[in-house]
Design a protein around this ligand. Structure first.
Ligand code: ATP
Length: 252
């Protein structure tokens, strides 16, 4: 299960007494097992949206539910992966992945089994005893994915997870994420400003406008995976998304 629903969600920040409307009237249904990308320029409210789904922030108005249960704060059924990995530098890879399970009170033998499964899933079984500083950026992000999945969330949230990686590693990680998602079939919400990343990964791309952030268009991708950038249908989608995003660029 992992049906995520946002109903008329708005977020207004107080910037030293002046209201800043980051998001307005976001209504969105993401089905169980769907991979949804939220695409938009910097400042359109992508992170605000993800933080509200994660339960780090509350909507100013509207509601968010997972499987009809209201989101009122952080919870294990929703885990988040950040651009900067957010690994614990003092803990080895095994203990990083085990962290949530330990917090949940999962007994040690079961914990070990789950951690081993997830380290294999992300291709890091041989690195369990290493520490984060001994790993490359791509490997650190694999650890973060394993840690987020180990607690068996219903919804996996990703905030520009590959933005800090070089081009080649980013491409490899996008392929890895597709493979892992096809195996685990979680509901995923991925925030990105990359049109290609959205087309390569998602079932559905939600394009946000800005000032304030509103849903401009929901674009179903509908291409077989793994996706081929040379496919003419890919080029059509890229053109459509480019036009939608271009409209939102700040005038220079
Ligand atoms: N805590 C806050 N207080 C005041 N304004 C905020 C706060 N957080 C975000 N904002 C404003 O809300 C708007 C949306 O910000 P948000 O970070 O959600 O956008 P974003 O699309 O994720 O941007 P980026 O891609 O640059 O991370 C921006 O105008 C931002 O300045």
């Amino acid at each position: 299960m992992g049906h995520l629903s946002l109903s008329a969600v708005s977020k207004i920040y107080d910037d030293h007494g002046a209201p800043v409307t980051a998001l307005s009237g976001i209504t969105l249904d993401i089905a169980d097992g769907e991979f949804c990308a939220i695409l938009g320029h910097s400042g359109c409210g992508k992170t605000s949206l993800l933080n509200m789904v994660a339960g780090f922030e509350s909507p100013t108005s509207g509601s968010i539910t997972v499987d009809r249960q209201a989101v009122t704060g952080p919870g294990w059924e929703r885990t988040i992966i950040f651009q900067d990995y957010a690994l614990f530098p003092w803990a080895n890879i095994r203990d990083n992945v085990a962290f949530g399970l330990e917090m949940k009170g999962v007994p040690p033998a079961e914990r070990r089994r789950i951690v081993d499964h997830h380290l294999s899933l992300v291709g890091l079984a041989a690195f369990a005893e290493r520490y984060p500083h001994q790993l490359s950026g791509g490997m650190k992000q694999r650890v973060a994915i394993a840690r987020a999945l180990a607690v068996q969330p219903r919804v996996l949230l990703m905030d520009e997870p590959f933005a800090a990686l070089d081009d080649q590693t980013r491409r490899a990680m996008q392929g890895e994420l597709t493979r892992i998602w096809q195996q685990e079939k979680k509901t995923v919400v991925l925030v990105t400003h990359s049109i290609d990343e959205a087309i390569l990964l998602a079932d559905t791309v939600v394009v946000l406008s800005r000032h304030p952030g509103r849903i401009k268009r929901i674009v179903p991708i509908g291409l077989d995976r793994p996706r081929d950038e040379d496919d003419p249908a890919y080029a059509v989608l890229r053109k459509e998304l480019r036009a939608l995003i271009h409209d939102e660029a700040d005038p220079i």
